[in-house]
Design a protein around this ligand. Structure first.
Ligand code: PLP
Length: 456
């Protein structure tokens, strides 16, 4: 029998992260202070992040060594398997070969612990006692809770109130790993109290939760803040995915034609494709496709401009594809893809035409996820289901053209805590929200004024 899974050993866990800015320094554009609109200095960021992570954010070293203590923790679940989806190929009657990199095998069930472990390590090394963060659906909150427990840090998670009430089991995961979880807005911060004074039943938003987590970090010198996507050091830590994938494809004697990943803030897609980007830029690499929700289409319908990272306009401005920081996405089930912008590196690559992007409505996405579950058994996270849809459509195109392409997608997480979304799909209750151009141009009117323009 042929191996369906291409497995590596602990020794194959990469010893260095791949830094895109090392190969493409011109992609490193300044991040601007939200108040002044002038470039942010490292000292502006010190109340939020430990120095090593700030250095990584702006480093142009091509390889950044992964500390042995981080590799040892990654070895709890890494290297992750690369799996040939032969049942799905048969189901689709495609001549394409489909593979998926299974990031759902981590303890928290997604790619997020790849950076959570690194961030917890650098904070612990810097003598930080406590981490704060925000979480929407709970994937990131549970990942940082897990990582904090590994390095003996306290962790406080501000969880958007509506998810706090709807996703009790993600809460249980975080508490089991020792974190404290509060619904946001909370009475624990000034910003939270102000929001509750305005509306004591406020259901919260990621923007409010970010503001609370940032406030809690800057008002205590032993506490720092932690973010699970968007930033360049987060994307850097995720490159273990693509680096392992390269080795696994070599073992399978495959050269990929297409790499597909979902993109919210861009971190799993970044980690998956960055090690292939220079080949693609040279015209010799795979086509790189980011898949996003039609209800929140930053890459396919947004503008490339400087915008705030958060809704409240308290986070720094970065160059990004954005729908405007005031854009409020409809209530799709892929909570992790409901972000108005995109990480700066992915945005730059899109602007330069290196990566492609497509957008799908959620019924089409869940249809593909159900197909995948029937064929390969795995129930994917709603975010991940976007990548599956993208890969399935490529495979269907191959059926039509007869091309025997090698398609690889990133299975960024499982959906064991998202079964209510599957129930809604199976009951025919999922809405495909239509987004008018007017909605997008309306929120783009509020883009901030920046002292620096994005490059054309
Ligand atoms: C399983 C899963 N995939 C993808 C994403 C999107 O995030 P990113 O674009 O940073 O990978 C999330 C975010 O919560 C997620 O939980």
């Amino acid at each position: 029998m042929k191996n369906r899974q291409i497995l590596l050993s602990s020794n194959d866990i990469p010893t260095a992260w791949y830094n895109l800015y090392g190969d493409i320094p011109e992609a490193l554009l300044p991040v601007l202070h939200p108040g002044t609109g002038e470039p942010v200095t490292p000292s502006d960021l010190l109340p939020l992040f430990p120095e090593e992570l700030i250095k990584q954010e702006v480093s142009t070293e091509k390889w950044i060594e992964i500390p042995e203590a981080v590799r040892e923790k990654l070895a709890i679940w890494r290297p992750s398997p690369l799996v040939r989806a032969t049942n799905l190929e048969e189901m689709l009657k495609t001549p394409a070969r489909i593979y998926f990199k299974n990031e759902s095998v981590s303890p928290a069930g997604s790619h997020k612990p790849n950076t959570a472990v690194a961030q917890a390590y650098y904070n612990a090394q810097a003598g930080v006692k406590r981490l704060t963060t925000e979480t929407g659906a709970g994937q990131w909150g549970s990942s940082i809770a897990f990582a904090a427990s590994l390095f003996g840090l306290e962790c406080k998670v501000f969880m958007v109130r509506v998810s706090y009430e709807q996703k009790p089991y993600r809460r249980s995961l975080m508490r089991t790993w020792g974190a404290s979880v509060v619904p946001s807005p909370s009475p624990d911060t000034e910003f939270g109290r102000a929001m509750l004074a305005k509306d004591h039943q406020c259901t919260g938003s990621l923007g409010i939760a970010i503001s609370e987590a940032v406030e809690a970090a800057v008002s205590d010198e032993d506490t720092r803040y932690s973010l699970g996507s968007v930033l360049s050091h987060v994307c850097l830590h995720q490159t273990v995915i693509g680096l392992e994938l390269k080795k696994q494809l070599a073992i399978a004697e495959e050269t990929p034609d297409v790499l597909v990943g979902c993109a919210g803030g861009g971190s799993n897609f970044a980690g998956f494709v960055f090690p292939f980007v220079t080949e693609t830029m040279a015209g010799k690499g795979p086509r790189l496709i980011a898949v996003e929700p039609a209800a929140c289409p930053s890459l396919t319908r947004g503008s490339y401009a400087y915008d705030f990272g958060d809704t409240a306009g308290m986070a720094p401005m970065a160059p990004m594809y954005t729908l405007g920081h005031n854009f409020v996405p409809s209530g799709i089930h892929a909570g992790g893809l409901r972000y108005h912008g995109m990480g700066a590196q992915i945005s730059w690559l899109r602007h330069k035409g290196v990566i492609d992007a497509v957008a799908y409505h959620q019924n089409a996405v869940f249809e593909a996820a159900k197909m995948f579950a029937s064929a390969e058994g795995i129930i994917a996270a709603p975010e991940t289901a976007h990548a599956i849809r993208g890969a399935v459509d490529e495979a269907i195109r191959c059926r039509e053209t007869g091309e025997e392409k090698c398609i690889v997608f990133n299975l960024s997480g499982h959906g064991h805590f998202d079964l209510a979304a599957y129930d809604a799909y199976l009951a025919g209750e999922l809405e495909d929200f239509q987004l008018d151009d007017g909605d997008i141009s309306g929120s783009l009117k509020d883009l901030p004024k920046a002292s620096v323009g994005v490059p054309t």
